[in-house]
Design a protein around this ligand. Structure first.
Ligand code: SF4
Length: 281
């Protein structure tokens, strides 16, 4: 699908966190819009997605001049001796295809290796994140990469998010991140139908899994209903995966392969660790 790209120069790059992200001090979005265009993306139903008349996934604004802004904003927060915990990203994927050339996320990470936040969560579903391993290593004790792997079935992934990276590539990226000792988690978010083999395969790769369902869309599932997600389950003849119990059932399956302390549910599973607020400055 063709993606319309526009350049934008924002006033500020850090956004004070609120709502779902209130455990963080800020969110950081290198782009506005997201070319992965997942069918279930809750941003479609948020002001960012609704304001624009174009279909979600067909447009992306690239933020310009962000490096200097981030450095300035971080230094100011440091001066005020405020804790800085950052969620990147809440309404875009920081490693969407455009990042290959634009390198906005990379530039932001470069700044953060100099003026370090107390904690940074990198939320993505793209294997491109491995390109920045050298920078993530510099933030090692203050960073976690959360990789969305909603299913292990490509057939399901293609039905719900055809433009997102294939699952095997995401799993390979996780392996690489772990080999470098970078803290990672898998976010089964939202939990889509998966095979019997999925929990065991994950247990060989990671020791932290965060589970979410469509109630994690910021509106208790209402946004997802408006997106008619149920139709896609019907097309796959997997309607039994689309009900209020799915999180519980997914949890039970994961428990067969993971000790309880390695499993977390959303929103807690996306929150910064408590100790990240205690870094001395
Ligand atoms: S990758 Fe994330 S932000 Fe992008 S469309 Fe999918 S769910 Fe939305």
């Amino acid at each position: 699908m063709k993606v319309e790209v526009t350049e934008k120069t924002p006033q500020k790059i850090l956004t004070p966190a609120s709502g779902f992200l209130e455990g963080y001090t800020h969110s950081l979005n290198p782009y506005i819009g997201c070319a992965f265009g997942c069918s279930y993306c809750y941003v479609r139903q948020s002001p960012v997605g609704l304001f624009r008349k174009q279909e979600w996934g067909t447009w992306v604004d690239v933020k310009k001049g962000v490096k200097e802004k981030l450095e300035k904003e971080l230094l100011l927060l440091r001066k005020k001796q405020k804790p800085i915990t950052i969620f990147m990203s809440s309404s875009t994927d920081p490693y969407q295809p455009m990042e290959h050339n634009e390198q906005v996320t990379r530039a932001l990470l470069e700044v953060m290796t100099k003026v370090k936040p107390d904690f940074l969560l990198v939320q993505t579903r793209s294997p491109l994140v491995v390109r920045d391993i050298n920078l993530l290593l510099e933030l090692k004790d203050r960073v976690m990469v959360s990789m969305t792997v909603e299913t292990d079935l490509e057939e399901v992934r293609k039905r719900f998010s055809p433009a997102a990276p294939p699952i095997p590539a995401r799993l390979k990226a996780l392996k690489e991140l772990r080999a470098f000792g970078i803290p990672v988690q898998v976010a089964i978010a939202p939990a889509l139908p998966f095979s019997e083999k999925f929990p065991e395969a994950l247990s060989k790769l990671v020791n932290r899994v965060c589970v979410d369902d469509f109630t994690g869309d910021g509106s208790g599932g209402k946004r997802t209903k408006r997106l008619k997600i149920g139709d896609r389950y019907e097309a796959l003849e997997k309607e039994n995966w689309y009900d209020g119990d799915v999180q519980k059932r997914v949890w039970e399956r994961l428990r067969e392969c993971f000790p309880e302390e390695q499993l977390v549910v959303s929103p807690e599973g996306f929150m910064p660790p408590k100790k990240s607020m205690d870094h001395s400055h």
